[in-house]
Design a protein around this ligand. Structure first.
Ligand code: DLL
Length: 433
């Protein structure tokens, strides 16, 4: 089922005309309503009349998280505060959090793109959905809620946490769809096994997982553990929340709702667009948002993108899974390290669990030290020490081959690493403390 067939299967030529029409309107709208954007246009020496089609988008200035922080709380809005019906906040590591707000029309837009996402993942109107993303300032819970309401699903708004209760609700009400972070789904599987519930018998057939990076091996692990189809959903508060892009049941890239969120992939160093299929930073322009529309917003997420048609019939461009972030990249001894590279290695080694944490430390005048804590199966702990050493050496060797730096590997017992009900914390960087 395709939620909005006319839009989602629109020939690319028509889609481009629609995007052009919307971009022209947007430029005029922000120039007239948001002094920060007027200034940005003036600094760039352009006026809205210079923008006549979507091909002119590269003439426009970028927007960054810094613009949001500098104009905190309401400076970047194009509408007076009184027109906003809801506000969300995305927590940051430094300075002010990022505030986003929605007019009533923006909530309608959010409901619509989220209904499109749910359908794209395989939801049917008579389904029950268990929403185990956090409800509150985080956009996950309410974003899914609006989409499910729009689609007419039966919603169980469990929010995140209280894992035993999540499992009981699943057993009692038999929802077919689960929405939560991928790491929380694995945490729930551990808890289920402890309670004597076989996860493979769970009622959930479809998982809609996102809000944090997760690899293909982790998908395989989740699908095997829960006996379900695990799809990827992507989004960020600044653009709308969840509902920016979503995998269909073919799981061959995330369909971007490019009629409303226009994507570009750029080289993060030069700002120039990269060739189709190459990795780069994902940039979005919100073509129809009212409250806080953004022009060429730099997400810092790294993906590649394709315009090739998908088997499902949707024509919108598709991105790869998120491959990393320009800022989450850790530089250790001059080498760029992404946590996802480590996850990839671990999931390919028998006996390890996808629960890991990198601890980076620097002692005075010494090189940075990287320790990787890896949870291993109970059985390995009860085996001989010698076998543990063999596994440790194997993990060390494989990770070093991928990262090109020396690391220390520490095997730990199941459940040693702290679990998260929301986004998992993969890196502890003690250097900056
Ligand atoms: O995480 C919105 C969301 C909620 C998406 C529920 C999906 C499901 P923020 O808290 O603003 O919004 O965080 C946005 O999270 O820039 C990515 O770095 C990361 N992220 C989100 N989805 C994915 C994903 C929500 N599917 C930031 N894969 C983004 C990898 C993701 N990273």
């Amino acid at each position: 089922m395709i939620w909005n067939e006319a839009i989602e299967t629109m020939p690319l030529k028509d889609l481009k005309n629609l995007q052009s029409e919307r971009l022209v309107k947007l430029c005029k709208y922000v120039y007239e309503n948001c002094p920060v954007y007027k200034q940005k246009f003036d600094d760039q020496g352009i006026t809205p009349s210079d923008i006549t089609s979507i091909d002119d988008i590269e003439k426009l200035p970028f927007t960054t998280k810094l613009d949001m922080r500098d104009n905190y709380p309401f400076g970047l809005f194009s509408r007076p505060r009184a027109d906003l019906v809801e506000i969300h906040v995305s927590s940051g590591t430094t300075g002010n959090p990022t505030l986003v707000g929605y007019t009533r029309d923006d909530i309608k837009l959010w409901s619509d793109v989220m209904a499109r996402s749910l359908c794209c993942a395989g939801a049917q109107p008579d389904d029950i959905i268990q929403i185990a993303y956090g409800y509150g300032l985080f956009t996950g819970g309410l974003g899914f809620h609006y989409g499910a309401l729009e689609m007419g699903l039966t919603i169980i708004p469990t929010s995140s946490g209280q894992t035993k209760r999540q499992l009981k609700i699943m057993q009692d009400f038999k929802p077919r769809i689960l929405a939560c972070t991928p790491s929380y789904s694995l945490y729930m599987a551990e808890e289920a096994k402890e309670l004597g519930i076989d996860p493979r018998t769970a009622s959930w057939n479809i998982g809609i997982f996102g809000a944090e990076p997760w690899s293909e091996p982790m998908r395989a692990e989740i699908e095997e553990t829960w006996n379900m189809l695990a799809t990827d959903v992507y989004g960020l508060s600044e653009i709308i929340g969840p509902g920016v892009s979503q995998e269909c049941t073919y799981k061959d890239g995330l369909h971007v709702y490019s009629d409303v969120f226009y994507p570009e992939i750029i080289d993060p160093e030069t700002g120039q667009s990269v060739a189709e299929g190459e990795d780069g930073e994902l940039v979005f322009t919100t073509l129809t948002k009212q409250g806080i529309p953004l022009i060429r917003y730099r997400t810092r997420d790294i993906v590649s993108m394709t315009n090739q048609p998908c088997k499902c019939g949707r024509t919108s461009p598709r991105t790869s899974k998120i491959k990393g972030r320009t800022d989450d990249m850790i530089v250790v001894r001059g080498i760029n390290v992404f946590p996802s590279q480590i996850e990839h290695v671990l999931l390919g080694i028998e006996g390890t669990q996808p629960h890991y944490q990198l601890i980076i430390d620097r002692q005075a005048h010494k090189l940075d030290n990287v320790e990787i804590m890896v949870e291993v199966d109970e059985k390995i702990f009860s085996d001989e020490i010698k076998q543990m050493r063999v596994l440790e050496a194997k993990i060390k060797k494989e990770i070093e081959a991928v990262l090109s730096i020396g690391v220390t590997v520490k095997l730990v017992e199941p459940k040693t690493i702290q679990r998260s009900e929301g986004k998992a914390k993969r890196v502890v960087d003690k250097r900056s403390l």
